[in-house]
Write a protein that binds this ligand. Sequence first.
Ligand code: PLP
Length: 422
Amino acid sequence: MRLETICVQGCGRPKSGEPRQLPIIPSTTFRYETSEEMGKLFNLEASGYFYTRLANPTNDAVARKITALEGGTGGVLVSSGMAAVFYSLFNIVSAGDHIVASSTIYGGSYNLLSVTVKRMGIDVTFIEPDWTDDQIHAAFRPNTKAFFGETLANPALVVFDLERFAKIAHEHGVPLIVDNTFPTPIHCRPFEWGADIVVHSTTKYMDGHSAALGGVVVDSGKFDWDAHSDKFPGLTTPDESYHGLTYTKTFGLEGAYTTTLVAQVGRDLGSMISPFTAFVLNLGLETLALRIERHCENAQKVAEWLEADPRVSWVRFPGLKSDKYYDLAQKYMPQGSSGVMTFGVKGGREAAEKAMAKFKSIIIATHVADAQSCVLHPATTTHRQLSDAELLESGVLPDMVRLSVGIENVDDIIEDLDQALA
Ligand code: PLP
């Protein structure tokens, strides 16, 4: 099946007389005939459902669809994008280990890596994606266990050079883990460029209707954990909590990572998605390909209009030829990057604040990647505690407006921008 078809049919083909729509199975638990039967599930000797914190048929069907969209071998739905980012790393990183991460990533992920994982004894070195290979190589240490980045960074809109960074990660014997939330697999498939694990905030385009918080981790099944056994003993040596089972031996390279993600991280930390939420997410996925096409088409027109407007001082959108990341975007997401852009209002912070107060159909929301167009002025909201000097240092300019272009008629979006700027 091609991507558009997977979006609609990727949960599996119903048998004769079965429902066309994905059934919601809200049961937390599942019945078995004998304890022996259930014991085999506990030992990971048989597959099946027994408790929804570990696995649920509705959640699994939606995870299968996203896994197929990314071209992976296994996927796990979790309760938010943040849970997905954390689980993807914590599955292979422990106290005393080290992570190399791009500095241009979503603020929540930056905070997770710069503050929270440090409380667990995990160290992180941030690199700038514009650094030379030598500078990036120098960030790796013998105890580095993963390289993390975002295919299209929120809100910096830096396009991550997947092929280059996958090569660097592999030279150090670690997987490249990327957050592919913004382009989605419809417009960028990181596994085809060498990335090993992909995460998403499904809260964004995958749901697309501001209705369902969720996340997903997908494994390419290609990273050779056994070739770097000393780095990843959790996957490659016997696990006494499962009677000496070795994950890579029992589940192969294609299943080891997602099995430990469920059987250890998910089991002990929780944060799984609800089957109701997975159902809502799946409705969004059915139209994902169509929506992404429209988001990108509208965003291209809006970005070009903004760039030509004298009331706008600058525009950041990788679809513009003038953008620093245009060439990388053409390589990794040639059909369009996403609907998100940032721009500066001439007149600085005050002018941006004034324009923000005038939007009519575009809503002010701490959100992006939604069917409805929305804007945010970071200097007065998400970054309001920072002075103008601190804002400049963190790359958030006082005049900066973040715009997430929706799927409305593009003329209505442009008219609203026009009257707000006026
Ligand atoms: N990754 C990216 C790129 C995001 O934009 C976000 C949220 O905005 C997240 C992760 C976190 O996702 P969630 O809000 O679903 O926890």
